[in-house]
Ligand binder design. Structure first.
Ligand code: PHE
Length: 342
């Protein structure tokens, strides 16, 4: 055989072998291609190697070089294809299918979150938007802007957690009233959920950090009728058809002020442990926004008026779900949370 023919054969072999090895669809096809081309006994590479013997001494180096190239290329294509097929078919991980099945476990929302979201939904339908404010506040936003006199007991270090240097942890969400009034032009309707902090020890009905929800509505011609009608509608939606009552109260930033009670849903008003025998559950503090608060925000209190409320969704969760101790809400005990999770 002359050199030219030998090289043509080597080219053809390399071409056909490459196609067969690269195109092997699975391990069996790859093995068949390996035997056909790289097989020790009747592989085509072997045959081409044997054909070298018939090449003249002068042409042998060139033919041998071409032979080696073709063989090396086919061997490496085989190795490559084998690796990729192995990777595709390897079992994901050793798994023991004889183990008993485990129950599906999904996270769920905390009872207080459920109450907050429900309340947000009700107020959204009434045209309120949801806003937020910072938990680290200045004394002015938390107290001064809200008409607290400088000697008010709430400012006492026994009640409020002051930060080193300046500022404090807000004791209620009411500072966000002022932040909202400064930022927007009436008509304003906002709902403000958020954490607040007080120097209260943990007990069955108090926690040092807890959620509050503030509501604020400011526009022309707003009166106490709007406050009562809106909050009654809210109570109706949250507690079902249920009676409410408003008791006179005091907050420096509202005038007049009231506490709103809802008839106890557990006993229907006859008195039980949940309502401590009174038949009523106190759910929020509210009142007409004090003109001084509006003026501090630069809003004309002759033209605009408004009402506000603040409530603790944990209190509502406690009475709604019959939770005997508020501390359970902070324990993250799945055995409890599972009973309420939706
Ligand atoms: N900020 C008051 C509190 O924490 C609640 C409140 C809010 C009362 C808005 C009236 C109006 O007790």
């Amino acid at each position: 055989m002359n050199l030219q023919d030998y090289i043509a054969q080597a080219d053809a072999l390399e071409r056909d072998g490459s196609a067969a090895l690269q195109g092997a669809a699975d391990a069996d096809a790859l093995e068949a291609a390996r035997i056909a081309f790289l097989g020790d006994r009747q592989g085509q590479v072997k045959t081409l190697q044997e054909a070298l013997r018939a090449i003249s001494k002068d042409d042998k180096p060139a033919a041998g070089k071409r032979f080696n190239e073709a063989r090396t290329r086919l061997e490496s294509l085989h190795a490559e294809r084998k690796t990729s097929l192995d990777r595709a078919t390897a079992p994901a991980a050793a798994e023991d299918r004889s183990l008993p099945a485990r129950r599906q476990w999904r996270g769920a929302k905390h009872p207080v979150t459920l109450v907050i979201e429900e309340i947000e939904g009700i107020f959204r339908e009434l045209g309120f938007t949801v806003a937020q404010g910072p938990q680290a506040e200045t004394e002015w936003y938390n107290f001064g802007a809200l008409n607290f006199p400088p000697n008010h007991p709430a400012l006492d270090a026994h009640d409020t957690m002051y930060l080193e240097g300046e500022g404090l942890l807000r004791t209620h969400t009411s500072p966000v009233q002022m932040r909202t009034l400064q930022k927007y032009v009436p008509p304003i309707r906002v709902l403000i959920p958020g954490l607040v902090h007080r120097r209260d020890p943990f007990d069955a009905s108090h926690a040092p950090s807890f959620e509050q929800i503030e509501g604020l509505c400011v526009d022309e011609g707003i009166s106490f009728v709007d406050l009562k009608a809106t909050l009654n509608r809210f109570a109706e939606r949250l507690f079902g058809a249920s009676r409410t009552r408003f008791r006179p109260s005091f907050f420096p930033f509202t005038e007049p002020s009231a506490e709103m009670d809802v008839q106890c849903g557990v006993c229907g008003g006859s008195g039980c442990a949940t309502c401590k025998g009174t038949g009523w559950i106190e759910i929020l503090g509210a009142g007409m926004v004090h003109p001084k608060v509006l003026e501090a925000a630069g809003i004309d209190s002759e033209r605009y008026s408004g009402w506000a409320f603040g409530m603790g969704p944990a209190r509502i969760a406690v009475s709604r779900y019959g939770i005997p101790d508020i501390r359970i809400l902070y324990d993250s005990d799945v055995r409890f949370l599972e009973q309420i999770a939706e």
